[in-house]
Design a protein around this ligand. Sequence first.
Ligand SMILES: Cc1cc2nc3c(=O)[nH]c(=O)nc-3n(C[C@H](O)[C@H](O)[C@H](O)COP(=O)(O)OP(=O)(O)OC[C@H]3O[C@@H](n4cnc5c(N)ncnc54)[C@H](O)[C@@H]3O)c2cc1C
Length: 366
Amino acid sequence: MKDQDPVPHPGWSGERDATTDSPVCPQAMPYFPEKGDAIFGQEDWIVGAVYCTDDFKLTHQLNADFDRLLPLIVSCNWLPKDKRAEFVQKVKSFYLNNQPVGEDNLEGLIDSGKVMGGTTVLNGLMYCRGDSSDYDEYEKLGATGWGYKNVLPYFLKSEHNLQYNSSQNHARGGLLTVSHYNDLPDLGHTLLAAGRELGYPTDVDIGHGRLREGFYRAQMTTRNGARLSAAKAFVRPFLHRSNLKVLLNAQVMRVLFNEHNEAIGVQYMKNNRTHNLYAVKEVIISAGTIMSPVILMSSGIGNPDHLQEKELAVVDATLQVYGTRKLRVIDASVLPDVPSGNLMAPTIMVGEKGADHVKTTWSCTP
Ligand SMILES: Cc1cc2nc3c(=O)[nH]c(=O)nc-3n(C[C@H](O)[C@H](O)[C@H](O)COP(=O)(O)OP(=O)(O)OC[C@H]3O[C@@H](n4cnc5c(N)ncnc54)[C@H](O)[C@@H]3O)c2cc1C
């Protein structure tokens, strides 16, 4: 058994596949909940490592269509209590002094929201899809069906734009309200006037996939003047559904496989204990651009060099992980390159499109 296996899978002998290094699990074993734990056994889908934009969009989409769903695993408060204050202090001084603190190297620190809604609870709210050529380039790189004409319907699907309502580029009726900031301070008016005077366009709409130089009043993901996180837009309104379960403060450690490289569930850590959770249909990993590949690697899928060499594009066009069955990655880590705008809208688009791929696989109406 490897060092990182704190509690063995009850059905796992410790044997690993010689080629993939995946755990060889003879059969899916039920998980018996601990006292005080939420009750989880087998579900149709597990969306693992959730807490981000994508998962919430995805969860909402799937939840509307399937009878048995989807424990939603959210990692909050992932540090032990006695370490939290120290960590926050280090983060603060890193940003205030712009240099690593103490002996720890925080140079690689990446912001990430650790609450329901993930990074959308702390981001800058800017709504931007990048440029259409980003997506057309992905298609040229081999991501069939990911050109701008293909992804545009998925941007429109979630959008509820209070200012623009062109049926070609913007939409109304989605769950994600997009609007200008309520207030434009005097300085904003001055900057727009200055841009106009210099001959730049001042009506640029960076939200619709055609970036150009100019000045503009940005659109944000806000509702009634307040932040609209992915959780608030896509999950909180549906928490009453009986087929949706949310598991808080749980950290996904790895995907569990059977001997056919078929994902059968996930192993997660909660209250310092390891638990297994089994999926009837699929496991979907959506932990963001950094952590999804880490979970895959912890599960024995690919070696770090190989994943890096491939720039983490380890999935096919329907987002299924090559060499495995019943395992998808649905988040921004599947994009072959970084789009030229901010990432929240593209991430939500990936969630929408990914949900349709899942529904198509399982013969449901996309
Ligand atoms: C400061 C800042 C400002 C930004 N401003 C904007 C903006 O103005 N406009 C815009 O469009 N975008 C902006 N972004 C980017 C945008 O918010 C993110 O790109 C987007 O939310 C990413 O979504 P995600 O789903 O990929 O990742 P996240 O929302 O970060 O979700 C990934 C989450 O998965 C969790 N996780 C990882 N591993 C595990 C595990 N093993 N088990 C359980 N959970 C796990 C992590 O804790 C992480 O929080 C900003 C980002 C930052 C940091």
